[in-house]
Design a protein. Structure first.
Length: 89
């Protein structure tokens, strides 16, 4: 996913904004819309699309800026409260 079609290049703020969007995607279990994607190659689901539901457990955010900064972060959903183990040692 990319947020650049929505916001343009926010330079050093790109990474933080992409992490915020990824966290919201995990919370809502929804992929964001894709804008201005052009025509994808045959058989590739990469064209413009509306937001859609998706069962997301983890999201990889890869961020680069025009200034040359690069970062990658993996966000994941926490285990449900009833599945978490407590250490009673």
């Amino acid at each position: 996913m990319t947020i650049r079609p929505f916001l343009g290049d926010c330079q050093a703020g790109n990474g933080a904004l992409q992490i915020a969007v990824a966290a919201q995607c995990l919370r809502t279990q929804q992929l964001p819309a894709r804008l201005h994607a052009g025509t994808p190659a045959a058989g590739l689901d990469a064209g413009s699309a509306d937001a859609k539901p998706a069962p997301l457990r983890r999201v990889l955010v890869c961020s680069t800026s025009l200034g040359g900064q690069s970062a990658a972060v993996v966000l994941g959903r926490a285990a449900p409260a009833d599945a978490q183990h407590t250490n009673q040692g």
